[in-house]
Write a protein that binds this ligand. Sequence first.
Ligand SMILES: [Zn+2]
Length: 172
Amino acid sequence: MISELRGTSLREEDIGSGNVLTTEWRPKLDFAFDPGVAIGQFLQGLKEGKLLGRRCHQCGRTMIPPRMFCELCFRRNDEWVELKDTGRVNTFSVSYVNWDASRREKPQVPAVIEIDGASPGMGILHLLSEVGESVKEVMARVKVGTAVQAVWKPAAQREGSITDILYFRPLS
Ligand SMILES: [Zn+2]
C-alpha cells in the first residue's frame, strides 16, 4: 500500500528544465500595493511630519495606527485627529539580530510606543535609538513607560513611509 504513495523521484533534467521550482528561481513580479483609506492617510501624514489617528465618538477611543472602522462599536469611526509625536514605551526588546537573521555588532531596540493623545494601548512599533550600545546601557536607559519623541527625516527626504520617522529617542 505504501509503495503506491511514493510518487516520482526528482530527476536532474526536471531541475535544469525549469519545470521544478528551486532556490535558483528568480521571479519577476511587478505589483502595486494599496494601503487603503486609513493607512494611506496615515502615510501621507508621515510625509508631512504628522502622526494621524482616528477617533470614535461612541466609545471615545483614539486609534493609531488609524482604521476607518471601530472594532469595538462595530461602526464607522468619526474623525481624523493629529497626535503628538511623543509617547511612552509600552514594551521593548534588545536585539543583536537583524530582520534577515544576520548578527549585529551593536543592539537594535525595537519598541511599541504608545502615542500621546491616543487611547491607552494604542501605539506603533518602531525603533528606539540614542539609548546605549549594550544591553546593560539600554536597560539602564529604557523602562516601560519611558517618555520618548520621534526623530524625523528632513522634510525633503520623507516619502510617506513609517521610515519617515528615523527612530524614537528618550525625552530626558
Ligand atoms: Zn468605538
